[in-house]
Design a protein around this ligand. Structure first.
Ligand code: ADP
Ligand code: ZN
Ligand code: ZN
Length: 831
């Protein structure tokens, strides 16, 4: 007898293990690892995923319940994806069921449905039948009916229904069902033309329409949707059905894909003749593919250097070798423009997965992959789980993007998952970026270190194709503007440039990357900003308590009334949004046409595309927005990029703030002058000497990172150390403090017991330090206070294990008190 080990869909740490179920005879040969099943769980029916099959005598078979149902003929997950899921679950300390759910398309997140049917031998009087108002008649066919459907159809009959259920004359049954099913189309399959012509002879004289249908099918002798046929011949479906009844044609249900790109033409493109620089980077990638080697490459290429063409030709080689490819791009870069480049090259072999598709569309794209009809998956973060069987290549474009890290559970990073998945498949990984993450750069330049990325081969494209120059970057010191009496948002050079482009009818991209709540403190006279003396991280203004705080170590100081540096009274708390800029543009440049793109203007499905199309068609002069406008866009008439406040992101209490700023500014600068017209970039700042900004001006990535890495090393931050953040939340602050302190001391004891010192500065190979508990940057959320601890470590220590042990030891008490715990391994956002 065989037993299935099932991960049941109850997302909780207590049920984070498999449960055993018997495989009934009828399902033998069907249930595999990766199958989705419906199982009884207590009083409920739940969905589960089979993660193992057992055949051992240890199992007490009599105690086991059988699996109720198999939910798909082809298992949606594979053995390999389950293995990957287990790795993710361990790596990011997250229950396996949550990981497996994240791997499935939303349409397959089963829900349980209740069905009602008459009990065996139940009888009803004529009077009762009449009283039921059609309810009992509905059961005539003998099939169980959905409870939700019954309640809709017979809203008045609720009492009767309940009474009969209680009496046992009606019975209830639960079934796990998909939220969505495949779309089917009634399709006509005609016989041979000769047969059809014969059939016409046999028709009664007056059957004009039937004759027309047969004639049409004799002429167009191929399968055709019933609806299309009724349109073509202007007849009804009953005419067509009557022909089917006589056996001259056949009608069958055919599944049809909901294709989100059905109405778009993608003119085929041929591979371009590569530049020598492109060939040089493609060659090692292709030979790794040819040899079936598991290698990771960093493709470091400036904006417009032709990285995408390299991806395309690498994918082509991968397909020629009979293997499959995954391409990840940041969600906001998944515009039709990007999709088009892949569709045009590989046509129907491409499946596209992103969150702006409807659930049905996404499900159908996913099925194309699962059923082997697509060999290339292009998508956002979760496309890393594309259910391919034999992956040869995984490309991650803009690999430094923060959106590759999921911020809710499972908090995986797609880059790390890609490397692990490639290892399981013996595949090649290409990480592409103009501004690689410091972790990736470090792995490529100096070997793996702490990052977990492993050895990475460095490839570079230092110039744009066709000798196009990188745009000139000028920096405007906003303190000087203020001295000259200009208090407007736009400096004189930027305002002049905007006027100039309006005159020439060229286009502009304006960036204001202001995260809503994070106010920062700055002196308008000298540009002083408040930073933590221990962490080199800017302090955050807390309005309520009137102080400035460090979100890392808890350092706090009183809110200054005058500038501590120059004693000017012009010390301010800043926070301007894109909306204010839009108003100001309209006032300053009458008649200017602005498209504003930020979270607020792009909630609707398709709005993103709509704005970009409008801009492409030059129905606006300015594309204004948050970082959304900085990524992946390619517009030939954009000749000016303006950054309104380059410092905004620098003030975030995050040790990656300057790295992010440099990346963002480089990205947005790369939008200018990509075609014939040369580009210009103007960056407004209060901190014109800051490395993140001057390095953008010099297009000096390598210099910037080498300097940034020195600082990271001193502080023991990634890539020279790793972090785990643990956030506790509760209504009461004392409760949080004591919980946080118990955790911190528990961790310290564990480390000490292993002989691991908490002293990072002494340069020991292995070190672990517990910071906090301190109030989280978001100190209160949904009426709960939040405190966090940060574990910083390096070297030979399994810190994740220690964290989960420490949490487990205090588990019962924490749960009893209602403290919620959330763990983020290798966090990307410190907020
Ligand atoms: P990146 O992805 O590095 O930003 P792209 O792949 O978008 O760069 O390339 C920039 C531009 O150069 C595109 O318009 C692309 O069509 C063009 N291009 C790329 N490779 C070549 C080539 N080998 N010959 C001619 N044009 C090219
Ligand atoms: Zn000052
Ligand atoms: Zn600090």
């Amino acid at each position: 007898m065989t037993v299935a080990r099932v991960i049941v869909d109850v997302p909780s740490r207590d049920t984070d293990r498999t449960f055993d179920y018997l495989i009934p005879d009828r399902l033998k040969g069907w249930v595999e690892i990766g199958s989705r099943v419906a199982v009884p769980f207590g009083p409920r029916k739940l969905q589960g995923i089979v993660t193992g099959l057992a055949d051992d005598a240890d199992v007490e078979y009599t105690k086991l319940k059988p699996i109720d149902d198999l939910l798909d003929a082809i298992p949606p997950l594979s053995k390999e994806l389950i293995t990957l899921g287990e790795w993710i679950s361990k790596r990011w300390l997250c229950p396996l069921t949550i990981v497996l759910q994240a791997m499935l398309p939303a349409a397959l997140k089963g829900r349980s449905e209740k069905y009602v049917f008459p009990a065996e031998g139940a009888q009803w009087s004529d009077e009762e039948t009449a009283q039921s108002g059609g309810l009992l008649l509905a059961f005539k066919k003998g099939e169980p009916l959905k409870l939700t459907w019954l309640l809709q159809q017979f809203p008045e009959q609720g009492d009767l229904l309940k009474r009969w259920l209680r009496q046992g004359r009606l019975e209830e049954r639960q079934k796990v069902e998909d939220r969505l099913s495949v779309k089917t189309v009634q399709t006509v399959f005609p016989s041979e033309p000769a047969m059809l012509l014969q059939a016409i002879e046999q028709l009664p004289v007056r059957a004009h329409k039937q004759r027309e249908v047969l004639l049409y099918l004799a002429e167009h002798n191929e399968p055709l949707a019933v609806l299309k046929l009724t349109e073509a011949v202007a007849t009804t479906s009953s005419t067509i059905r009557s022909l089917a009844e006589r056996g001259w044609i056949e009608i069958r249900s055919i599944t049809e894909d909901r294709d989100p790109y059905a109405n778009r033409d993608f003119p085929a493109t041929a591979p371009m003749k590569l530049t020598p620089a492109q060939s040089d980077v493609l060659t090692p990638i292709q030979s790794a593919l040819d040899q079936g080697g598991n290698e990771t490459f960093l493709l470091h290429g400036v904006t417009g250097s032709g990285k995408t063409e390299v991806y395309l030709q690498a994918i082509q080689r991968c397909l020629e070798l009979g293997r499959e490819a995954i391409v990840l791009v940041p969600e906001i870069a998944l515009t039709p423009q990007m999709v088009e480049r892949f569709k045009s090259r590989f046509g129907a072999r491409v499946a596209v997965l992103h969150s702006r598709l409807s659930q049905g569309e996404r499900y159908d794209e996913w099925r194309k992959i699962r059923e082997g009809r697509a060999q290339v998956a292009v998508g956002a973060r979760s496309a890393i789980f594309a259910p391919f069987a034999s992956i040869g290549l995984i490309v991650i474009d803009e690999e430094h993007e923060t959106s590759y890290k999921q911020e809710e559970s499972p908090k995986y990073h797609a880059r790390d998952v890609a490397v692990e998945r490639a290892r399981l498949h013996g595949a090649v990984v290409v990480l592409g970026s103009a501004t690689p993450a410091l972790e990736t750069y470090e792995a490529a330049a100096h070997g793996g270190h702490e990052t977990g990325l492993g050895d990475t081969i460095y490839l570079s494209l230092p110039e744009r194709v066709a000798n196009r120059p990188l745009p000139g970057v000028s920096i405007v010191d906003m303190r000087e503007e203020l001295k000259l009496g200009n208090r407007a948002m736009f400096s004189r050079p930027l305002a002049d440039a905007i006027r100039d482009r309006l005159e020439k009818q060229e286009q502009m991209v304006l960036l204001l990357n202001r995260r809503g709540y994070a106010t920062f403190v700055m002196c308008r006279s000298c540009g002083y900003t408040a930073a933590c003396p221990h962490c080199e991280i800017s302090l955050t203004h807390h309005k309520g308590s009137q102080n400035l705080r460090c979100h890392y170590c808890g350092y706090a100081e009183v809110e200054p009334k005058t500038c501590p540096s120059c004693e000017s009274p012009h010390i301010r708390f800043f926070g301007t949004g894109t909306q204010k800029v839009e108003e100001s543009l309209a006032e300053t440049f009458p008649g200017i046409r602005v498209i504003r793109m930020d979270v607020d203007t792009t909630t609707e499905k398709g709005s993103h595309e709509k704005w970009l199309t409008e801009f492409r068609e030059r129905r606006a002069d300015v594309l204004l927005g948050t970082q959304m406008v900085a990524k992946g866009l390619d517009f030939p008439f954009v000749t000016l990029v303006g950054v309104l406040a380059a410092d905004a992101a620098l003030r975030l209490p995050d040790f990656r703030a300057s790295e992010r700023t440099f990346q963002l500014l480089t990205q947005v600068a790369g939008r200018a002058g990509r075609h014939e017209l040369p580009g210009e970039v103007i960056i407004q700042t209060y901190d014109p000497e800051h490395e993140s900004i001057t390095s953008v001006q010099g297009h000096d990535y390598n210099g910037f990172v080498e300097r940034a890495l020195v600082l990271r090393k001193q502080l023991g931050y990634p890539p020279y150390g790793r972090l785990i953040s643990i956030t506790f939340s509760h209504e009461s602050v004392p409760m949080l403090l004591s919980t946080g302190e118990r955790f911190a001391s528990g961790m310290r004891e564990k480390a000490a017991a292993l002989g691991i010192r908490n002293d990072f500065d002494r340069g020991e190979r292995t070190a672990l330090e517990v910071l906090g508990p301190v109030s989280s940057p978001i100190a209160r959320l949904k009426d709960r206070y939040r405190f966090q601890c940060m574990v910083k470590y390096r070297g030979d220590v399994d810190a994740s294990l220690l964290v989960s042990q420490a949490l487990e030891e205090m588990g019962e008490a924490v749960k009893r008190n209602g403290v919620l715990v959330s763990v983020d391994v290798d966090p990307q956002m410190m907020l």
